[in-house]
Design a protein around this ligand. Structure first.
Ligand code: GLA
Length: 361
């Protein structure tokens, strides 16, 4: 069996695809897949929630209808084919306790799980680097031009730790989370369906960031951050059109927030860490425009309930918020949210415990 976890991103949103470091942690919720090698090239999978799918694995696969989960199976097969060719297929049974479309990376976890199952069934031991070369591109097959954060977190996280993921060059640093820190993941009740209209908005944010970078003349965001201080970056952003200016400022300030959050985590400074999460949310809301009223209310409700920080997590446009509090206050914050945001309805909020990645389990 393969188990690929979802992730909650603590800080570093909408910057992985610009090559900048991010700080997620894997959840103890995952996509699990049981599989058996076939002696032909057919891939057959059945999911308890979404039913059965079957197709012939050929060197060039095309997507089926938008939103169909078979696309994730095809994405995995296509990604493998580009590197190792068409292999034998599998019969697979898939189950999940990861909520879909919640910003917790259920789709990347599914691609990771299917990829690892196909490789393992065919006795191929791929390295983390090899997997990271093929997986983000696999997701492009489904239509979202995401970065590598979700796959890296799902593959390489370590229990009890946040993962500082760097992309240039690829590296994962495991940073222990102090035992007295606790995180909740709370759903805004506004669904962010990434395979639908949201993917155009996601891709537009990415394009605006790349266009802004080109206008400022830096070869990369990494170069911009390393050569110029925050004030100078703000001055350089002034002449840009509003969408590009907001995006540029979000990206460069978020990169600084990741660095600051890593220090706060290492030095056990919860108040500083919480403020960084709140600043990150404000930037996603005001500069990038990827929050929504439900997420803003959820963050406010978390703070009114005794959290130290909270922000939307993942791509945004709906989905979940990550809520940070002292472990001693966990029940108080959860009860406060149930009261203030969910009118007593349960099942939309749970503790996010830092779990192992698929290759570290
Ligand atoms: C999605 C993508 C990630 C990342 C986030 C935003 O989850 O899959 O690569 O870009 O959005 O930070």
């Amino acid at each position: 069996m393969i188990s690929a976890p979802g992730r909650v991103n603590l800080i570093g949103e909408h910057i992985d695809y610009h090559g900048l470091p991010v700080l997620p942690m894997a959840l103890r919720r995952s996509i699990r897949i049981q599989f058996q090698l076939r002696d032909d090239h057919r891939i057959q999978a059945v999911s308890e929630d979404y039913g059965g799918r079957a197709f012939e694995w050929t060197p060039v696969l095309t997507p089926v209808a938008r939103g169909d989960w078979e696309n994730y199976l095809r994405a995995a097969a296509q990604a493998i084919a580009g590197q190792w060719g068409v292999l034998n297929g599998i019969d697979a049974a898939i189950e999940s306790d990861l909520p879909p479309a919640a910003g917790l990376s259920s789709s990347s976890a599914l691609i990771v799980a299917v990829t690892l199952a196909l490789l393992r069934a065919n006795h191929i031991e791929a390295t983390f680097e090899e997997l990271m070369r093929i997986l983000p591109d696999g997701e492009h097959f489904v239509g979202t031009r995401g970065g590598g954060m979700d796959h890296a977190a799902s593959l390489a996280s370590r229990a009890g730790c946040a993962s500082l993921i760097e992309f240039t060059p690829l590296a994962v640093h495991h940073i222990p989370i102090p035992p007295e820190w606790a995180f909740l993941v709370a759903h805004s009740m506004h669904t962010a369906e990434k395979s639908g209209a949201i993917r155009e908005r996601y891709n537009a944010v990415r394009t605006a960031g790349a266009a802004a970078l080109a206008e400022t003349g830096f070869p990369s965001y990494t170069a911009a951050i390393e050569t110029v201080d925050e004030h100078e970056l703000a001055r350089l952003a002034e002449p840009l059109a509003p969408l590009m200016r907001g995006t540029f400022l979000h990206v460069v300030t978020e990169a600084h927030r990741v660095r600051a959050a890593v220090c706060a985590l290492r030095e056990n400074q919860p108040a500083h860490f919480g403020q960084i999460l709140l600043d990150g949310h404000a930037s996603l809301r005001d500069r990038l425009g990827v929050s929504c009223p439900a997420l803003d209310r959820l963050v406010d409700a978390a703070m009114a309930s005794g959290a130290i920080g909270a922000r939307l997590t993942g791509a945004g446009f709906g989905g979940c918020a990550v809520v940070f509090c002292r472990r001693a206050d966990l029940d108080k914050v959860r009860d406060g949210l149930l009261d203030r945001f969910y009118s007593g309805a349960t099942g939309h909020i749970y503790e996010a415990e830092p779990g192992p990645g698929a290759v570290n389990s």
